[in-house]
Write a protein that binds this ligand. Structure first.
Ligand code: C5P
Length: 310
């Protein structure tokens, strides 16, 4: 268990500042069942939070507005989901309390790791707990779903089955086997548009949802799991369209990983390892080739995904 998972939650009603950790995710499986009349795609995906996080600092300000700065300059603007999340709460409850948000990104941007969605969910949860707002879990879920398909998942985190356009959550389906807890993330040096990747799907990429259901059943019944059980319906299109991703995938396997999958709409790739040493050796090899690589761990479901500190 990561150290962060032992952090306790505090009551911040009297404080002026709140810090939140906002975790990334990977998609263990991603079934696309088909295109819906509303333009979205029907999904069944097993999402897993990982120990790679952004830090968000929220401070009260006297003015009736929400300010935001970010260490990634192109994200410092009013389109950032953290602003939308804070404004959604202020509008729903008619709050005039102003807020300054500092967002420190570590999660790669536009990478298939859910960073923006996680940040939005973290702001919703932080404000709810910090200001002790009269919002039900359903209210939070609805606001999260309005902000984006992946946002509701981050209200629970851990390992969850996400259906619909991703917003219908069956939380805490299981924990990964211990042999799968170490993982390497490799981020090819390109950004990928989720909308574009979905648009380029063909009917032959669709599945019935069986990949996600089979892995969920194996985990719940504590049956052995194989890397060949993992599947991402978006992977074929991304590997075909982005040579950088196909090259990175080949490099990961060549460096000694026994498995590699695309996360979400990419371009990040992930590989599981039974030991820290094996993961670190492959990380070193990939880094010497110039790849951006993160050695991290799946988060278990027995701790809150979001933590607060004074
Ligand atoms: O919901 P979100 O804004 O995160 O989705 C980004 C884009 O990805 C959507 O505009 C849509 O084009 C595509 N998408 C989809 N089906 C989903 C989720 C996302 O087609 N289930």
């Amino acid at each position: 268990m990561s150290q962060s998972q032992h952090a306790t939650q505090h009551n911040f009603t009297s404080g002026n500042v709140c810090f939140v950790q906002s975790y990334a995710k990977i998609n263990l499986t991603l079934d696309v069942l088909g295109k819906r009349p509303d333009g979205y795609h029907e999904l069944a995906t097993l999402m897993q939070t990982i120990d790679l996080y952004d830090t968000i600092c929220l401070s009260r300000i006297d003015e009736d507005r929400v300010d935001m700065v970010c260490n990634v300059p192109e994200l410092s603007n009013e389109n950032n989901l953290v602003i939308h999340a804070a404004q959604a709460i202020r509008q729903k409850l008619g709050l005039r309390q102003g807020l300054a948000i500092e967002l420190h990104k570590r999660i790669p941007v536009a990478a298939g790791l859910g960073g923006g969605s996680s940040n939005a969910a973290a702001v919703l949860q932080a404000l709810q707990q910090w200001w002790q707002l009269p919002l039900s879990q359903d209210d939070l879920w609805q606001m999260a779903a309005d902000l984006g398909s992946d946002v509701p998942f981050f209200l629970t985190g851990g390992l969850a089955l996400c259906e619909g356009r991703g917003e219908k959550i069956v939380p805490q389906v299981a924990n990964l086997p211990e042999a799968w807890r170490w993982l390497l993330l490799v981020k090819p040096a390109i950004g990928v548009s989720t909308a574009t990747v979905f648009r380029q799907l063909t009917a032959s990429d669709y599945s019935t949802g069986s990949w996600s259901r089979a892995v969920q059943a194996a985990l719940q019944n504590q049956q052995p799991l194989f890397s060949s059980d993992l599947h991402n319906c978006l992977e074929r299109g991304v590997l075909e369209q982005y040579a950088e991703v196909a090259q990175a995938r080949a490099a990961v396997l060549h460096a000694g990983a026994s498995n590699v999958r695309l996360s979400g709409s990419g371009p990040s790739l992930f590989s599981f390892f039974p030991t820290l040493t094996e993961a670190a050796l492959v990380q070193h090899q990939l880094q010497t080739q110039g790849y951006e690589v993160y050695l991290t761990r799946a988060l278990t479901t027995d701790g809150s995904p979001i933590h607060f500190f004074h």
